[in-house]
Design a protein around this ligand. Structure first.
Ligand code: ADP
Ligand code: MG
Length: 247
């Protein structure tokens, strides 16, 4: 079971878009996938059109059984949703024993999935520390803006600290250039910088796409909304790269 946190401390870099579409692309190939939304904004569930009575809050704070928090979203794709209650959950977690390991403990008996993805909030919070301690891999979507590189440096630092303190070996395996526009020189410059910092880890880019920005409004993944568009092609390719990385 590959456990992948999709994270970037900056907002709007394409985390939710990437996690939903990569999870769906994997499910299309027959992989069993669980998507866990840890962002109190609950965007992943919204994107897939799933509302759930039981959310990550119930799993973490109310001790509800994990099977009762998991909702089927598509064939081969399940989700644990999040909502605004997850924000106070974080405050309560702060008072728990081994507060950084709460999520790992709750998920320790999870089985039957090939991939578990965590859609993370854009902040350096306790839930994200928990996500990094549960995951073995980090996928980092970076939008083609210079300011995005700041968040990347902070994340690298934090991962180093977590690995040292908790004797973990979580590592960034895939950096996804998002909002790529080949007409803009900065897109190429930023990919160049990323390749220097992350040799062999930068995936093919996701191009700027109107369909991709429309799809969540229809509660559809890009493969359902506009399966032949460039963004569908891009995410399918990145999915294949992620699969081959694991081999
Ligand atoms: N490649 C893209 N082209 C156009 N719009 C995109 C692209 N990727 C994401 N978006 C849109 O940009 C916004 C932010 O993306 P989102 O995935 O929610 O970012 P994050 O989860 O990192 O905050 C959303 O409205 C989304 O639909
Ligand atoms: Mg998001």
């Amino acid at each position: 079971m590959r456990k992948i946190a999709v994270i970037n401390y900056k907002g709007g870099t394409g985390k939710t878009t990437s996690v939903v579409n990569l999870a769906y692309a994997l499910s299309m190939t027959g992989k069993k996938v669980l998507l866990i939304d840890t962002d109190p904004q609950g965007s992943s569930g919204y994107y897939l059109g799933i509302k759930s009575d039981k959310t990550l809050y119930d799993l973490i704070i109310e001790n509800v059984a994990i099977q009762d928090c998991i909702q089927p979203a598509r064939h081969n794709l399940d989700i644990i949703c999040s909502n605004e209650h997850v924000f106070p959950a974080e405050l309560k977690m702060g008072r728990m024993n081994e507060r950084e390991l709460v999520l790992s403990k709750k998920l320790q008996d999870l089985y039957g999935y090939d991939f578990v993805f965590l859609d993370c909030a854009p902040s350096m919070n306790l839930l994200n520390q928990n996500a990094l301690l549960f995951a073995n891999e980090v996928v980092l979507p970076v939008s083609m803006e210079y300011l995005s590189l700041i968040g990347v440096k902070q994340l690298l630092k934090n991962i180093k600290i977590i690995n040292r303190i908790f004797s973990k070996k979580v590592k960034i395996t895939t950096v996804i250039p998002t909002f790529y526009d080949k007409r803009h020189k900065k897109s190429k410059d930023i990919i160049g910088s990323l390749k220097r910092v992350f040799p062999n880890m930068v995936s093919s880019p996701v191009r700027v796409s109107i369909s991709l920005s429309e799809a969540p409004g229809k509660k559809m993944t890009i493969f359902e909304y506009d399966p032949h568009c460039e963004a569908a092609e891009d995410y399918y390719k990145i999915m294949e790269e992620i699969v081959s990385y694991g081999k």
